[in-house]
Design a protein around this ligand. Structure first.
Ligand SMILES: [Zn+2]
Length: 224
């Protein structure tokens, strides 16, 4: 790896002396790469997810880091090679697995005061999805959030529902609607079209309409 680093350095700075290089692969939670230069020592830390990357990809990331720290323009061939590699399906899956393991989320429990989210998930799963969805980690949120009523977190495979729904005056219908919406996110992963993320696609919206008394449920949400 050092020869590759020296070669990359030479391309950017043909005559300058080498700093003292220190390069390590590091278990970041995300695919991070950092570089620091102090007192003639250059510390590079690459995500250990890149440890098995092919040499041209490693060369690309080294070029990007060195160009950044010396404020040189980044060669577009290198930046696109690196981006393509990171965006490959295999790398995305790898990164997601690692986040799940390293970034373990602290979650509250599925059992609330009024509703048990595991039971709600299982009931809706049978009613609307032929029982085909695998149950993710279900949890009530820590706060009674009104701005974020629910969300599905694919990195941790968890559905979190705002505790605002875990109250006796909240009709089960409204709470079920939020869980159903998040279950649709589980079923329809976010699609990337070009640079746009498509969160509520056509199929998603069609399927959401299948929820009975949808309008009544939405009306209640407005009153929260
Ligand atoms: Zn949504």
């Amino acid at each position: 790896m050092l020869p590759l680093l020296q070669e990359t350095y030479r391309e950017l700075r043909p005559r300058a002396p080498f700093p003292e290089f220190e390069l390590r692969f590091y278990p970041f939670v995300n695919i991070n790469n950092t570089v620091r230069l102090a007192d003639g020592r250059m510390k590079l830390r690459l995500s250990d997810l890149l440890e098995s990357a092919p040499e041209p990809v490693l060369k690309a990331i080294l070029h990007i880091l060195l160009a950044k720290i010396y404020r040189r323009p980044i060669d577009r061939a290198h930046s696109s090679r690196y981006r393509r590699y990171i965006a490959s399906r295999e790398m995305m899956q790898k990164a997601q697995r690692v986040r799940q393991m390293r970034g373990r989320k602290r979650l509250e429990s599925a059992q609330g005061r009024c509703y048990d989210l595991d039971e709600v998930f299982d009931t809706l799963n049978v009613r609307f999805f032929h029982g085909l969805l695998g149950r993710p980690q279900m949890s009530w949120s820590a706060e009674r959030a009104r701005h974020l009523l629910g969300h599905y977190d694919p990195a941790h495979n968890a559905i979190i529902i705002s505790k605002v729904f875990d109250q006796p005056h909240v009709p089960r219908l409204a709470m079920e609607y939020i869980v159903y919406h998040e279950m649709l996110h589980l079923k329809h992963p976010v699609k990337i079209r070009g640079s746009r993320r498509c969160v509520h696609g056509k199929e998603f919206r069609e399927e959401e309409k299948a929820f009975p008394r949808l309008e009544a449920a939405r009306l209640f949400l407005k009153s929260l």
